[in-house]
Design a protein around this ligand. Structure first.
Ligand code: COA
Length: 373
């Protein structure tokens, strides 16, 4: 039986990691509603929840956080790769290659057991922000900032990117975005990770495939395009005409629409609220007003709702994260889900190999090269 284009509606894995209900716009990780986690959890705890299936007790979280913090430094091989990488490249290309390079000196690389996957996952998740920040700073002509073990995952990420300790609200904003993007069912990059893991390839290989998949503008690349849209609109008063023109020309507006959520994306309300709080705090309310005007205009002309990328992009911009880095920051969140899915895939594996419908010619006779017309 032929599935719909894009495998829409096909159930391709059994999972206990996240539950997405498109019709009522809800999302939960391991049975906890995303809104509850957004209010009460942080990225480290949410990652533990995704990898172990349970919220950690105090000592479990402390040990997990300590291991993450200890694993932020880069190996000489990865540091050298970043130093030599062309500065004009897309940051996500470097991140993909750096994750792959990490396999070369990971002592557990060939071990696909649950415990080894968690150890490797911790090392990759801890190092990814260091990789992203180091490359961003070098590309901007700035000195690399070493990780600060006194800071949380999100606060340290901002510190390494910007070279100054973030304000509390700034670290909270990035932490929120990381929690909300930590997992999302069988999205394209997670599916790619599971397909790779399904061949019994190791975690580094699966994460490399996932980062590669996240690059596309229909997935992780949408956020940086949101900023281009906001810059093109420039003022709330231009939003209506801009959106009407884009839709009339049948052009997609980045940061809107979703394959699963027909009405609203449950990750957007907490981010929207954070955008408004952060903009007020920074006296940049014209930025949140612009985002509001664009989403109102899209809703008016098409009833298509903003997705998580629309608000993460607006928040990242206020955090002074460069647009070229957005998809890499997304990867630093989604690593939590990728690792959880690889552990799940390896624990009950069957090769993922769907069929195909052949549409090409049949029964052709081989013609020797000298006789071809
Ligand atoms: N802007 C304008 N129209 C949009 C739209 C958008 N962002 N998203 C969907 N639509 C329209 C399509 O043009 C299509 O209209 P049609 O039926 O008249 O042809 C319809 O809605 C269905 O869209 P389609 O692209 O087939 O849905 P999909 O499930 O394949 O794609 C996305 C989902 C996310 C890829 C799509 O909404 C999109 O491209 N959004 C912009 C990129 C983005 O924000 N990605 C991040 C996702 S978290």
């Amino acid at each position: 039986m032929f599935a719909k284009e894009g495998l829409e509606g096909v159930i391709a894995a059994r999972t206990a990691i996240s539950l997405i209900r498109g019709e009522d716009g809800s999302l939960g990780y391991r049975g906890y509603a995303i809104g509850d986690l957004a209010r009460n959890s942080n990225f480290e705890e949410t990652t533990y929840l995704l990898w172990y299936g349970e919220l950690p007790k105090t000592d479990e979280l402390a040990a997990f956080v300590a291991t993450l913090r200890k694993s932020r430094d880069l190996s000489p091989g990865v540091a050298d790769l970043i130093a030599r990488w062309p500065r004009s490249a897309e940051p996500i290309d470097l991140l993909r290659t750096a994750v792959s390079t990490m396999a070369s000196d990971d002592p557990d690389v060939a071990d696909n057991s649950e415990a080894a996957n968690r150890r490797k996952g911790t090392r990759i998740a801890a190092a990814m922000p260091t990789i992203v920040a180091a490359y961003r700073r070098l590309a901007a002509g700035l000195a690399v900032v070493a990780p600060d073990p006194a800071l949380s995952h999100a606060a340290n990420f901002l510190f390494m990117l910007r070279g100054r300790r973030p304000e509390t609200i700034e670290a909270e904003a990035l932490d929120l975005a990381l929690v909300l993007q930590a997992d999302h069912g069988l999205n394209a990059s997670t599916f790619a990770a599971r397909v790779a893991a399904g061949t019994l390839a190791d975690l580094h290989a699966a994460v490399t495939a996932a980062v590669a998949t996240l690059k596309g503008p229909l997935h992780g690349g949408a956020a940086s395009e949101v900023i281009l849209t906001m810059q093109a609109v420039a003022s709330p008063s231009n939003a209506d005409a801009y959106v009407a023109r884009q839709l009339a020309d049948r052009r997609k507006i980045a940061g809107f629409g979703h394959r699963i959520y027909q009405h609203s994306d449950p990750r957007t309300p907490p981010l929207r609220e954070m955008l408004w709080r952060l903009a007020k705090h920074k006296n940049l309310e014209r930025w949140s007003a612009l985002a509001g005007a664009i989403s109102d205009a899209v809703r008016k002309h098409s009833r298509i709702e903003p997705n998580v990328d629309f608000y993460t992009a607006s928040v990242y911009d206020l955090l002074e994260i460069d647009g070229s880095t957005f998809s890499s920051v997304f990867a630093c969140a989604r690593i939590a889900g990728w690792v959880a899915h690889v552990i799940e895939q390896h624990s009950d594996n069957r090769l993922i190999r769907p069929g195909e419908e052949y549409l090409g010619p049949l029964a052709r006779r081989y013609v020797p090269i000298t006789q071809r017309q």
